[in-house]
Design a protein around this ligand. Structure first.
Ligand code: UVW
Length: 360
């Protein structure tokens, strides 16, 4: 059975109404200029009320990017240099390759009304041809290719409404790119996945589930203190996390994947703004987790909707990899590895599916 975060249109309608109502209240309160997260991106009617009008955490513009410059569209993938590759290789000691992505199938948990539908046209699709009577199969895939299953969020995925409703010149994304500049029915004209460089970097896994002694709960925020406790438990040093490295969080929530999809999608434990700031201060290139947004949902501040997404992706150009699986790494007590992922360079795409690996 297909499990959805928002199972029916009534939920969506109700969520949209709440969003409109909240936005009106927000504007009435005189807080014009707050960031508004796209109203339909709700994770469930239960927390729809938090979605509409996340107030801006800072009223300062975040562009041009101080490190990568005003025309940059690659964000933190700019950290991927030959020097970074060579430094990363030093973490490879036993040559073991771990898949850290999940299998794609139509029954997997999906956000909102997103879909994943694979069809093989014909059986076989083609042939026989030639004296050797060759046969072949092709597949047709209908999906949000970068936003279902294990998904890598690109820089065109998340923005912030800075102006009035519908004003595309003030819907801002990474490096201040506006909706007006990027919108196109045939793929984003700016910030598409073709701009992202392949990732080959040092990965550090924080097993926060082990620190807590159990699976974390939806709405439970991972703190910097939790990260430090994980480092201690895992015999790792904070100073060993370098600029351009990737950090991953295991909450235990991934255990619900395909076991209880409704609960999986109903919310999640994850990082909040404190850890987001820690990531920014360290110059992290990518965050990732065993759940569907990396960040805590609902956010403990009920006025905020996906604030880690807006802070890290839109403002900093830091990528995010969701719905990962660290089970095998944790079983082998491997918390540091080479993280390797080359996003599909689909022109104008918002993200990428694919098979990330960790090599130890
Ligand atoms: C949204 O699209 C809001 O979330 P995610 O990146 O987790 O799919």
């Amino acid at each position: 059975m297909d499990s959805r975060y928002l199972r029916d249109k009534e939920d969506l309608k109700q969520a949209a109404q709440t969003v409109d109502e909240d936005r009106r209240n927000f504007l009435t309160a005189g807080l014009v200029g707050g960031a508004v997260v796209a109203g339909t991106l709700v994770a469930g009617a239960a927390h729809a009320q938090q979605i509409a009008q996340a107030p801006a955490l800072s009223d300062k513009v975040w562009w041009p990017h101080p490190k990568w410059g005003k025309d940059d569209q690659a964000g933190s993938s700019n950290y991927m240099t030959p020097a970074k590759t060579l430094d990363t290789v030093k973490l490879i000691k036993d040559g073991k390759v771990y898949r850290i992505g999940r299998m794609y199938e139509s029954s997997m948990p999906k956000f909102g009304e997103r879909a994943f539908t694979l069809r093989i046209p014909g059986a076989p699709t083609g042939g026989p041809v030639g004296a050797n009577k060759v046969l072949w199969h092709d597949e047709f895939l209908a999906t949000e290719i970068g936003q279902t299953g294990t998904q890598f969020d690109g820089l065109g995925h998340i923005g912030i409404q800075m102006g009035k409703d519908g004003d595309q010149s003030e819907m801002r994304y990474y490096n201040g790119v506006t909706e007006l500049e990027m919108a196109s029915a045939y793929g984003l004209k700016k910030l598409g996945m073709e701009n992202c460089k392949p990732f080959f970097t040092r990965g550090h896994l924080f097993d926060v589930e082990a620190v807590k002694g159990q699976m974390m709960e939806a709405g439970q925020e991972i703190t910097v203190a939790d990260l430090r406790a994980a480092l201690q438990k895992q015999n790792m040093q904070e100073a060993d996390i370098k600029e351009g490295d990737a950090v991953f969080f295991n909450t235990g929530w991934g255990k619900l994947w395909q076991k209880n999809n409704d609960k999986f999608g109903s919310g999640e434990p994850g990082i909040g703004l404190e850890v987001a700031k820690w990531c920014i201060d360290k110059g992290i290139s990518l965050t990732g987790a065993d759940q569907w947004a990396t960040e805590v949902v609902p956010n403990p501040d009920k006025n905020l909707a996906f604030p880690v997404h807006t802070e890290l992706i839109a403002k900093q150009g830091i990528y995010n990899h969701e719905n990962l699986d660290f089970t095998a790494l944790i079983a082998d007590r491997k918390y540091q590895f080479a993280y390797i992922f080359s996003p599909a360079p689909i022109k104008g795409a918002t993200g990428s599916n694919g098979g990330p690996i960790a090599v130890t």
